[in-house]
Write a protein that binds this ligand. Structure first.
Ligand SMILES: O=C(O)C1=C[C@@H](OP(=O)(O)O)[C@@H](O)[C@H](O)C1
Ligand SMILES: C=C(OP(=O)(O)O)C(=O)O
Length: 454
């Protein structure tokens, strides 16, 4: 994929009603931890070894950006990477544009990284990323002294940042619960003297805080209000190389998990899935719906809790999903909507405004997909209400809008619809779950990519 979208034609696919899914699967490494492993590795002095890295396009673009900024990044085997860092404040100006493709996380975190260095860099991405809001990152970075040399309308990509000689540490209260905003400010804060603090009213995923500590920075985390946190980082640490083992991505595990729940007779085990409590909102919600999910062999790997998740096809009931749960399952709503369609009764998902600014407007994309599959739903403000009928007709074609999670969610749905369900383009699945098709097929999923046009 190039900075303007597809290098290749769209790849349509069709999912068909499948026999019971059976088997064990290990989905690829967590995307959030993978981006951060490369970034922190680049900010240490010495060599960081990473195993289980997600080799999806989003993360590969972060690897390229780290290399363009002076780190030595080398793939030494499947999921095995070595990063020789340049140290906090040691980045060099890149020769060309940093192209992050489809990745919000890669682009936004690297803006924070660049901010802490007196260099100028230009950030770009594909048509989806160019539509996404970047002001939420530029606002705090400008407060720290970063210059926005150039940007498209509304502070969007392509944009050029210049880091100051002397960054100002700030206390920033984030207007939205976003790990990307929090991480960008903390990464910038590495280059500032004194303490940089981020306050969030709802706790978002905490991989940056955990990994900062793992790499030797001083970070304190305090509760803030009922659901929030206050994170404080002491600037200008010397980060030390530390090995990273990336656990399997719960956001990718969500697809075989929901597939096994809705395809009658299924029983699947998903191995080594990260169960960090700030990522498990989907599992909690599905259990509330009556899903037969058990966590086996619970352990700690590389500083994160992980478990093998056993899931059996289940009769589901609609539930009310509280808005404050959103940060812990923000990427899982599309596939939860699929599970909700096969439940009995209404599932109400509250407070989904952030879904409108992901790779696509996910609220609109999910609604259109449900309509294509003959599922009843309504949108009230920022809430999505799906009326489950225990079954779905299928038969339509879902527009994926350059969004991997829309593509995977509706392919999962088609495994249990009465008629096949098509999606117009699966190429973006490679951004986060490049082995989705073979791994789903190995469990018995009937998904075809040929002869589906028209
Ligand atoms: O920090 C991260 O790794 C991520 C944070 C979330 O985005 P927001 O920070 O915009 O909520 C999430 O949607 C994204 O897939 C990964
Ligand atoms: C929102 C997502 O990622 P990003 O923001 O990194 O593009 C996602 O993976 O669902």
């Amino acid at each position: 994929m190039s900075s303007t979208g597809h290098a290749t034609l769209p790849v349509p696919a069709r999912a068909r009603r499948s026999p019971a899914l059976k088997g064990r699967v290990r989905v690829p490494g967590d995307k959030s931890v993978s981006h951060r492993s490369l970034i922190f590795g680049a900010l240490t002095v010495g060599e960081t070894r990473i195993s289980g890295l997600l080799e999806g396009e989003d993360v590969l673009n972060t690897a390229k950006a780290c290399a363009a900024l002076g780190a030595d990044v080398e793939r030494v085997g499947e999921g095995e990477w070595r990063v020789h860092g340049v140290g906090v404040g040691g980045l060099r100006a890149p020769d060309g544009v940093l192209d992050f493709g489809n990745a919000g996380t890669g682009s936004r975190l690297m803006m924070g990284v660049v901010a802490g260095n007196p260099i100028t860099a230009t950030f770009d991405g594909d048509a989806s990323l160019r539509r996404r809001p970047m002001r939420r990152i530029l606002d705090p970075l400008e407060k720290m002294g970063v210059a926005v040399v150039d940007a498209a309308d509304g502070g969007r990509l392509p944009l050029t940042l210049k880091g100051p000689q002397e960054l100002v540490p700030i206390t920033y209260e984030s207007p939205v619960a976003s790990a990307q905003i929090k991480s960008a400010v903390l990464l910038a804060g590495l280059g500032a003297p004194g303490e940089t603090t981020v306050i969030e009213k709802e706790a978002s995923r905490d991989h940056t805080e955990r990994m900062l500590t793992h790499f030797g920075a001083e970070v304190t985390v305090e509760p803030y209000g009922e659901h929030g946190r206050k994170v404080t980082l002491k600037g200008r640490p010397e980060l030390k190389p530390a090995p990273i083992r990336v656990p399997a991505d719960p956001s990718s595990a969500a697809f075989p998990l929901v597939a096994a729940l809705i395809v009658p007779g299924s029983e699947v085990v998903i191995e080594g899935v990260m169960t960090n409590p700030l990522r498990t909102g989907l599992f909690i919600t599905l259990k509330e719906m009556g899903a037969d999910i058990t966590f086996e062999n619970e352990r700690v790997e590389g500083g994160e809790s992980v478990a093998d998740i056993r899931v059996r096809a289940s009769a589901l009931t609609g539930v009310n999903v509280p808005a404050e749960r959103a940060p812990s399952m923000i990427d899982e709503y599309p596939v939860l909507a699929v599970a909700a369609a096969f439940a009995t009764g209404e599932t109400r998902m509250n407070g989904l405004s952030e879904l409108r600014v992901k790779e696509s407007d996910r609220l609109a994309a999910v609604a259109d997909g449900l309509a294509q599959a003959g599922v009843a739903y309504r949108i009230e403000g920022d809430d999505l209400i799906v009326t489950g009928a225990g079954a779905a007709a299928g038969g339509g074609t879902v527009a994926t809008h350059m969004d991997h999670r829309i593509a995977m969610s509706f392919l999962v749905m088609g495994l249990a619809t009465d008629k096949p369900l098509k999606v117009d383009d699966i190429s973006f699945i490679a951004t986060s779950f490049p082995t989705f098709l073979p791994q789903m097929r190995a469990l018995g999923a009937l998904i075809d990519t040929e002869a589906v046009a028209g």
